[in-house]
Design a protein around this ligand. Sequence first.
Ligand SMILES: Cc1cc2nc3c(=O)[nH]c(=O)nc-3n(C[C@H](O)[C@H](O)[C@H](O)COP(=O)(O)OP(=O)(O)OC[C@H]3O[C@@H](n4cnc5c(N)ncnc54)[C@H](O)[C@@H]3O)c2cc1C
Length: 477
Amino acid sequence: MEWDYDVIIVGGGGAGLAAALMAHKEGASCMIIEADGKLGGATAQSGGVFYACGTSVQRAAGIANDTPDDLYDYLMTLNRWKLRPDIIRYYADNCGAALEWLIELGSEFPKEWLVKSGVDTVPRGHSSQGAGSGIADALINAAGARGIDTALGTRVEALLFEDGRVVGVRAMGTELRAPTVIVTTGGFGNNPEMLQRLYPSACHGEWTWAVHKDVPFVLGDGITLAEKIGAGVVGLDTGLVLATSGFSKSLEAFLPPWIIAVNKEGRRFMSELSPYSVCGYLLNEQTDRRAWAIFDEQALVEASANTRYLDPYNAGISIPTWEEPTLREQVKKGRVKVADSLVALAAQVGIDGLALEQTVARYNTDCDAGGDFQFFKKAPAYFPIRKGPFYAVEIRAAIIGLTAAGLDIDRHARVLDGHQRPIPGLYAAGEVLGCFHGERYGGGGLSIGNAVVLGRLAGSEAGKAALAARKAEEVAA
Ligand SMILES: Cc1cc2nc3c(=O)[nH]c(=O)nc-3n(C[C@H](O)[C@H](O)[C@H](O)COP(=O)(O)OP(=O)(O)OC[C@H]3O[C@@H](n4cnc5c(N)ncnc54)[C@H](O)[C@@H]3O)c2cc1C
């Protein structure tokens, strides 16, 4: 058969670039096809946190004994063992080497920026200098240095499927043939129909938007293309959702420490400083999938100016959502409710007023004693809610941080069909997968981690398989 390349990579974000580099290293000729006018995808736009253990950065920060076993146990336990042990084991064993590889390619992860990005006990969130572009640029430069072919502004519209195997792609009416194709098209956060089908619990009407909004082709193409040739879809209704006031489409990954969040029953249900791997899920589990941030005038005036809580991972996030001018403006628009008593406030937003009074009384007692002895929120200062006017802001988990439904792969990154059989010639990695994250996102950095670690795997495996297929054809000829 006539081949144009050994490996075609569909999507030039973090997973696609990592895959291309590894396939090329195996000796395979590669072509990256990218729908957008530039490489990098969501990876380049991201906060650039990479989740890994056993790294030189951790050792430099004095963390000498974080092992793959520890990381594996944490992720499996957090998801009550409802994760794929083979894939998580692979990730645990290879994430450290993947991070060192990024450092060799030029990414920088300052030891001072290591963060606990999940609900584990060890800092494993490696924040990249330059955020996501610090990682993407290193990969793009390396691909350029290796002379890997790229076609930009070219949206792949079909996988070529002949005699039971994938043999290439069609893009803009042109066919390109290769013995292996790697699908790395990212998630589907910008595709409302797909969200309804594969991630319905994240859909809150107009409130819903994805952090990928500036990455136009995060539309789930890879899932759709692979489904058409029989690929199975797993991980339904999983992903990461972030809390938002709904005031604007600005990234708000964290709530301010000086509010309390109460549900329709008038009760607190979490520490308001919960990491985002906890907060959005808990919010979505409340009655009517929403809650209200409650505070008083003193907190609004005195506390809201301190915005340090916004950016614990040094991703450059700075937005004025919870600052006094914004909140006053939203009062005028009716989005922030105001009342002179807690019971009147509760009536306005439809929550249990007597329970709210009780919740606030308990919180105030804790604040007077210098802490939060119900949910153990570690706030820099505690603001009791004592003197009106009182305020309520509706909050929902409606910002999509990532989608985690998608393609299934085996331990060699081969895409599986609906019967768990590998589809010959087809590989996948990154946010297009549905078999990686499980019900609970383990922590900031696991999505870029998935892209780079499993992208590298897919590239090596597809590269080797393509060369073996070519050799077999030569022998047969
Ligand atoms: C603002 C923001 C902050 C984030 N912060 C973090 C973080 O700090 N840490 C973390 O782990 N995760 C973070 N994430 C999530 C993470 O960035 C992504 O999940 C991850 O980078 C996905 O990598 P990927 O290679 O799978 O997909 P992408 O990087 O999105 O690349 C997919 C590429 O495929 C292209 N494509 C799509 N369809 C086609 C088609 N039909 N033909 C050709 N090309 C196509 C797209 O244009 C895109 O370039 C963040 C995401 C965003 C948007």
